[in-house]
Design a protein around this ligand. Sequence first.
Ligand SMILES: C[S@@+](CC[C@H](N)C(=O)[O-])C[C@H]1O[C@@H](n2cnc3c(N)ncnc32)[C@H](O)[C@@H]1O
Length: 151
Amino acid sequence: MLSYADFKGAKLIVELGGGDGSITKGIIERMDPDATLLVFEISKEFCDNMKLEFPQKNVKIICDSAENLDRYLRGKRADLILSSLPFSLIPKESRQQIYAKSRSAVKHQGKFIQICYSYLLRFQFAKHFKQISTSFTLRNFPPAFIMVCQA
Ligand SMILES: C[S@@+](CC[C@H](N)C(=O)[O-])C[C@H]1O[C@@H](n2cnc3c(N)ncnc32)[C@H](O)[C@@H]1O
């Protein structure tokens, strides 16, 4: 998933669904030292663990739903949004909010990158993003689709 993102020059990066922090760690290893990373995660336990694991000042662990993304960006736009949110489990109304807010929050040249298990998600993203390229990776278990979306 990370290999689809261009971290060089990306100054504002957002991760949706930080979980146990394994993707977060990969982002931090690759991002510019002066970049800022905002990580959204609704599980307090995961958030507490990530706050301990990633105490860097430029990494903000936000224990809130991705559907409130706009409140934290306050008008700024992200170069990259990386999501491993389980959209099939998220209620439709929240899902729609996350798609629309992610679309508004990513820069025109930026990318929204999703890892997922269903190709059908592409049709939902297509209502919000003009360009979508889909790849399939066996390097994840279970194998997964990577969808790279641009406005
Ligand atoms: C597939 S897991 C993430 C895996 C994680 N990236 C990792 O590498 O371990 C999805 C995560 O999304 C979180 N999540 C679900 N709905 C969310 C929402 N609306 N906003 C933010 N996080 C959410 C879940 O709590 C879960 O930790």
